[in-house]
Design a protein around this ligand. Structure first.
Ligand SMILES: [Zn+2]
Length: 223
């Protein structure tokens, strides 16, 4: 799943679970990835919770409710705080300050990676005025339905383009070039601070680089 979508999904499920456990008296829940303050309640009634708690068991979420409730007395609040702080929140989020994982590429992938990088350079010159940044590539053996995928970091900057090995083997380089262009349009969106999606801007740019924006083969691709 796309990083951003994963985060939205996590946030939504975290908020739902907090409500299911009886969250009350809070105007809004916001998630964050701030290491120093895991949980806080602002004066205006906004509960700010670290995103990693989306993976916490109910007992930990219940401790969050206890911690922020105005009715909780100090000893209980301190006990709740200890439960909250004991949860290893960083093993569940990639965290904005961590380096992205860099899986080792297999030796047999090297010529494919080189070819993708060359193609990226050529297509970047031809269709994007040479403005796109260089990007890392990965050959994926896990992608089943997806053909390609752009990964963004926590600040929505493009990190990597993955291309399905199965796609390269069974569809050939002409098709791979289309997939690469599709991902490059997403890279272009991300580098301009535009939303990385398949909206009107995507469709316009995709058409201008000769990619059918609604191609059937794009079904199931996150980005
Ligand atoms: Zn896409």
């Amino acid at each position: 799943m796309h990083r951003l979508q994963q985060e939205l999904f996590d946030d939504e499920s975290l908020i739902q679970r907090l409500h299911a456990l009886g969250l009350a008296g809070v105007r809004r829940v916001e998630s964050h990835e701030n290491r120093s303050v895991m949980v806080s309640l602002t004066g205006s009634g906004i509960l700010r919770v670290h995103r990693g708690f989306a993976y916490a068991p109910d007992a930990v979420l219940a401790a969050i409710l206890t911690f922020v409730s105005p009715r909780t007395r100090r000893p209980r609040r301190r006990a709740a705080q200890q439960i909250i702080l004991a949860f290893p929140v960083y093993s569940n989020t990639r965290g904005p300050r961590r380096r992205p994982l860099r899986p080792k590429s297999r030796p047999e992938d090297r010529h494919l990676l080189r070819r993708l990088a060359q193609l990226h350079g050529l297509l970047g010159d031809r269709f994007f005025g040479g403005e796109l940044g260089r990007i890392r590539f990965r050959i994926s053996r896990q992608m089943r339905r997806k053909l390609g995928e752009l990964t963004l970091d926590a600040r929505d900057r493009p990190v990597e383009i993955a291309i399905s090995l199965r796609h390269i083997r069974s569809d050939g380089w002409q098709e791979v070039q289309h997939t690469l262009l599709h991902e490059m349009v997403h890279q272009w969106q991300a580098e301009r601070g535009l939303p990385v999606d398949h909206g009107a801007t995507f469709r316009r740019k995709a058409r201008s680089v000769g990619v059918a924006p609604r191609a059937v083969r794009d079904v199931g691709r996150t980005h």
